[in-house]
Write a protein that binds this ligand. Structure first.
Ligand SMILES: [Zn+2]
Length: 331
């Protein structure tokens, strides 16, 4: 399974800054040592044209040149530097490459960063500069339209299980029926002004494994009733874990793993290509956050092997499914 990284573009942060920059390098180090099935690749930066599928030219330009107004820079939460701008582009590029890889027959691929779901078209927020999932969804739709003109629009489901609401993503796709936004999040957590997603599930403080998994099950059922995706982008945030400083929920390691397994199993059963991204994770103990993410990768490697070892069966099922949809969609 391929996974794309950009953690070697390190943001210079002031001492004591609460963003856990070190977790990205730590995850890559552990993946390299403990999960050789994950092939680590450096991400390419997204171009201005790609970013402009979602973001306004004025905002893209201000991030590149470091000319955001101080209040806009503060809302992102990072000081500007050339490395910050470069890393933001690479993080989008990593999600784009993971989606392309998943759609190209691999079935599953990952971004070691990304999940920057608080970024809007014209501004960043909450450690998010550009919205990687949104840009990747639009770019995959454009590439799909070029390659398979007759099959119609690629429909993308963004399954956002970071503990914070995907407000930027929800707003970007508010008027777009070809992308379904699902967000399961803490009701009382940031952002305090939420944007309506296609499906929002609010969870109370202290929510544990059973309650969470039941909510997830109901959400996936509703997604399926209302939408027929051809690609899933999964924000596998580690911040619903009980060891998280900001999460306010109480999922155990087992609960987090069951969550990942449910999403990946749901996608695999339907032969839906899935790209997953890291999103948030602010463990009191950083190692616990990295452990949650390692577990996500272990589960993903298992599901990716199913695509890999049974390509004929998988392709046949995917082709049959595509043919059925095609048939149903015919006028
Ligand atoms: Zn979060």
């Amino acid at each position: 399974m391929q996974a794309f990284y950009a953690d070697h573009f390190v943001l210079p942060l002031p001492e004591g800054h609460r963003f856990p920059m070190a977790k990205y390098a730590r995850l890559r180090e552990r993946l390299a040592r403990e999960l050789p099935q994950v092939e680590l690749r450096e991400a390419e930066p997204a171009s201005d044209g790609e970013l402009a599928l979602v973001h306004t030219p004025t905002y893209i330009d201000a991030v590149r040149t470091g000319t955001l107004a101080p209040v806009a820079q503060r809302e992102i939460g990072f000081p500007w530097s050339p490395a910050m701008a470069e890393r933001a582009r690479r993080s989008v590029g990593a999600t784009v490459q993971a989606c392309r890889r998943a759609l190209g027959g691999a079935g599953l691929a990952a971004n070691l960063a990304g999940g920057t779901h608080h970024a809007y078209a014209d501004k960043g927020s909450g450690f998010c500069v550009f919205n990687d999932a949104a840009v990747a969804a639009r770019l995959m739709q454009a590439e799909h339209a070029r390659a398979h003109r007759a099959r119609g629009m690629l429909r993308v489901a963004i399954v956002d299980l970071d503990v914070h609401q995907g407000n930027g993503t929800a707003k970007i796709f508010a008027q777009d029926d070809s992308v379904f936004t699902l967000s399961l999040h803490g009701a009382k957590n940031f952002p305090f002004r939420k944007e309506p997603s296609d499906l929002d599930v609010e969870l109370p403080d202290g929510c544990g494994d059973a309650e969470y998994l039941e909510a997830l099950e109901r959400a996936l059922e509703e997604l399926e009733r209302r939408f027929d995706p051809g690609l899933v982008i999964y924000l596998a945030g580690a911040d619903p874990h009980e060891g998280d400083r900001l999460g306010r929920l109480k999922l155990t390691f087992d609960g987090m793993e069951a969550r990942d397994r449910r999403v990946m199993d749901w996608a695999w059963t339907r032969r839906l290509p899935l790209a997953f991204v890291m999103a948030g994770g602010y463990g009191t103990d950083m190692e616990a956050t990295v452990q949650v993410q390692m577990n996500t990768y272990r589960t993903a490697v298992e599901y990716q092997a199913r695509w890999h070892t049974a390509p004929t069966a998988a392709m046949t099922a995917a082709t049959a499914r595509e043919a059925t949809r095609w048939h149903n969609a015919a006028p």
